[in-house]
Design a binder for this molecule. Structure first.
Ligand code: ADP
Ligand code: ZN
Length: 736
């Protein structure tokens, strides 16, 4: 048998194909190499994932070309992709493609070539000076270059047009040459080195736990549970410093929303002296930036990577530590195939590479906390804020009892008083409501008709400023009807409140205060986001109102008051994690208050003041909440005790979609999966989105690793009738 390479082609198939390695390519075809191979009647690109000893086929086509030198994908990432394909029931190609960003795969992916301009002489020869007397633009360009040194043509055209620079080149005064420029998404950051803090006792204990695991042959995951402001980030920084000293590299995952220039700068500035290169990977990078960052990491020029979800696949070699900050964040879950959870992939990567994984949070997910309680993870806890900062006082306000006439009030009088008192002392407040728009729905008081989205089974939200009704799922919008289309009754009733209405109420209550709103309606560009936060930090804004966008990770020492307008919204979602989510959210928003010297206050408005999520959050009692909630989960056989798999069918035709999912359910029944309960099929809680009906099958199992390999063959490479789409989500986060 010739020497064989198993190749996964870049087409959506769950299969690998065997090819002969021609003698002349022998040395170049390595594990992970990107190759060109004949496939059916054409040639395609693929990746080498294995060198099998045997093959099922006897006649081989040969690899025709190898791209670049050496391995393209590090072998560890191939292994990780194979694990993902199995665990998350995804096609192998899909798993491999999510490991390798499109910007790197693209045939024309390359470092950008740009024109670089440099002066060839320090002094202007007399005859050139004479000749340029009437060429003012050239003169200006020349003088600028003398004063400021060489630069990119693209930047220098602000000084003088391209023609002027070409003119100087023709006079042999300057050179213009093509050079590669690595696009650096955060190149404008400042460059002052920060020094490590002297750790307090709790931080020292955490560091020593991490150090112990760093020395282990097979380290355990370390879960750092530390209240907001307890100095977790400082621990990450010092652990990374330790890893760098050992000659290794570090990977840091943060939620997309926390990946701000300040966060990156925080890490960069600590390691400037070491000249190790810090790369950044996240979804807002241009394709070019992403390509350059990836190649920089691949070449070993960046030894620290900070990124959001997909950065878990950063092609770092010689990894020494993976940090997952805010590990409970749901944005780590990818909501499309392969539906992976970056925290869980990080834990797997750590396991495969035998490196320490540090999970950090003030409110760890119950999954991670459960593993820590069982001894699978190592738990370290930080109970104190750095420098004795005190946790804020939380007041729960029962808004059932506060009414103005018939209508419930939006802002309880105690909250208004508290905000006023803070404003008088030139402190700041954050007001939080997890619903954008003005009113959550428009209902006819006569016939009860609610304005619904024509494409989705949800009510339309009234946006006052835009004077539109909008769907928050599909972005449909329409004009506001003057009268009920059903019965013709005129004055419509606006039910429920959104951030826009809260903003209006604040403007009415505090006419002289500077008030800003932040939600995804008015923060479309990332500049708007940075600007508003900057203004708030500078004290140009007194009151900030917004959705969860403002709940997380921000540090504003002058914020001493936080108001939560309606804590109940999220409790009403039909999801077994609703309570956990509300608890985490309340803990987080209250973490925004009193991070400076003044003790903070939190006001939580609710109709269910004795709900455990609210009461435990009020007492900052994570352990109490976790114990009780884990008790519920255990008795109901919910995660983390058992695992869920959600299979969803989507299609335009309701009957056909239902038919497909019923067929699938029958096939699944026949598998007689071990220790698994099947629920459904039934309509999803949101029955229709973007004109597609949605049906679900819900599996609950004690034996996930025995179940997924048997489900996989049912779903792979299968065409479903009438453009029905089937998705499978293992460990789902979004159950709607
Ligand atoms: P967390 O990530 O737990 O919310 P941070 O790491 O952001 O907390 O720390 C909060 C603040 O305390 C930061 O400004 C940080 O620089 C500072 N800090 C952290 N550790 C120490 C320490 N040991 N001594 C003094 N200041 C510290
Ligand atoms: Zn819609």
């Amino acid at each position: 048998m010739p020497r064989i390479a198993r190749v996964v082609p870049e087409v959506s198939l769950d299969r690998a194909f065997d090819y002969e390695i021609p003698a002349e390519l022998e040395s170049k075809v390595t594990l992970g190499a990107k190759v060109r191979v004949p496939f059916r009647s054409r040639e395609i690109v693929g990746y080498v994932i294995e060198f099998p000893e045997q093959s099922e086929v006897s006649k081989f086509k040969a690899i025709t070309e190898v791209f670049g030198a050496g391995a393209f994908l590090p072998p560890i990432l191939i292994e990780l992709a194979q694990w993902m394909a199995g665990y998350y029931c995804a096609p192998l190609t899909v798993a491999l493609m999510s490991v390798l960003p499109k910007a790197v795969r693209r045939a024309d992916a390359a470092f950008k070539q740009r024109l670089w301009i440099a002066s060839l002489t320090d002094t202007l020869p007399e005859e050139a000076a004479q000749a340029m007397k009437n060429a003012r633009a050239q003169m200006k360009a020349w003088e600028y270059l003398q004063q400021n040194g060489p630069g990119w043509l693209a930047d220098l055209t602000e000084i003088a047009g391209a023609a002027a620079w070409r003119g100087l080149a023709e006079r042999n005064l300057i050179s213009i040459e093509a050079r590669t420029q690595e696009r650096d998404p955060f190149s404008h950051a400042s460059a002052a080195e920060s020094t490590p803090h002297i750790l307090n006792d709790e931080q020292k204990a955490a560091m020593s736990a991490i150090r112990t695991e760093l020395d282990e042959e097979r380290p355990r995951v370390v879960l750092v549970r530390g209240v907001t402001g307890s100095g977790k980030t400082e621990i990450y920084l010092q652990a990374i410093a330790e890893v760098l000293s050992r000659g290794k590299s570090a990977l840091v995952l943060v939620p997309e929303i926390a990946l701000t220039p300040q966060t990156v700068e925080h890490f960069r500035s600590r390691f400037i002296g070491r000249k190790v290169g810090v790369a950044v990977l996240h979804s807002h990078l241009s394709a070019g930036e992403r390509h350059d960052q990836w190649q920089q990491i691949r070449a070993g020029r960046a030894r620290i990577v900070i990124g959001a979800r997909s950065a878990v696949f950063a092609p770092l070699e010689n990894l020494g530590i993976i940090v997952v900050d805010e590990e409970q964040e749901h944005s780590y879950k990818q909501e499309e195939s392969p539906h992976y959870h970056a925290r869980d992939v990080a834990v797997m990567r750590g396991h495969l590479e035998r490196v320490v994984v540090v999970l950090g949070s003030a409110t760890p997910s119950l999954e991670s906390y459960h593993h820590a309680r069982e001894g699978k993870y190592r738990l370290v806890e930080l109970h104190q804020r750095v420098e004795e900062g005190e946790m804020p006082v939380t007041h729960v306000l029962d808004i059932r009892s506060i009414k103005k006439g018939d209508a419930p009030v939006l802002l309880a009088p105690r909250l208004v008083e508290a905000i006023q008192a803070r404003l008088d002392r030139h402190e700041q407040a954050i007001i939080f409501l997890n619903r954008r728009g003005y009113s959550s729905s428009l209902q006819c008081p006569q016939c009860g008709q609610v304005e619904m989205c024509p494409n989705c089974s949800v009510a339309l939200t009234y946006h006052r400023r835009a004077a539109k009704l909008r769907c928050h799922l599909c972005d449909f919008s329409s004009a506001v009807p003057h009268a009920c289309p059903q019965c013709g009754f005129a004055p419509y009733k606006y039910a429920g409140s959104g951030t826009e209405k809260v903003e209006q109420a604040l403007v009415d209550a505090f006419p002289t205060a500077q008030i800003a709103r932040m939600d995804s309606d008015n923060m479309r560009g990332k500049d708007a986001y940075a600007k508003t936060l900057g203004d708030f930090a500078d004290g140009k804004i007194d009151l900030l109102v917004g959705t969860q966008m403002i709940a997380k990770g921000l540090h504003f020492p002058r914020v001493t008051c936080v108001g939560v307008i309606n804590a109940d919204l999220a409790l009403q979602i039909p999801d077994f994690r609703a309570s956990e989510r509300v608890f985490q959210l309340l803990m987080q928003v209250s973490g925004r208050s009193g991070r400076g010297e003044v003790r903070g206050e939190v006001f939580v408005q609710t109709r269910v003041p004795f709900h455990p999520a609210i009461q435990f959050a009020r007492h900052h009692d994570y352990v109490g909440f976790a114990e009780q909630e884990l008790g519920f989960r255990r008795s109901l056989h919910y995660p983390p005790y058992e695992r869920f798999i959600l299979i969803t069918a989507r299609g335009r035709n309701e009957e056909k979609t239902q038919f497909v999912i019923e067929q699938l359910a029958k096939e699944i029944e026949k598998l007689h999966l071990p220790e698994t309960e099947i629920t459904g099929p039934s309509l999803a809680p949101i029955a229709r989105i973007e004109e597609r009906y949605r049906f679900q099958i819900f599996l609950r199992t004690k034996r996930i690793t025995a179940v997924t390999p048997r489900l996989r063959p049912l779903l792979m490479d299968r065409a479903w009738p009438d453009d029905t789409r089937i998705t499978i989500d293992v460990d789902p986060v979004d159950l709607l």
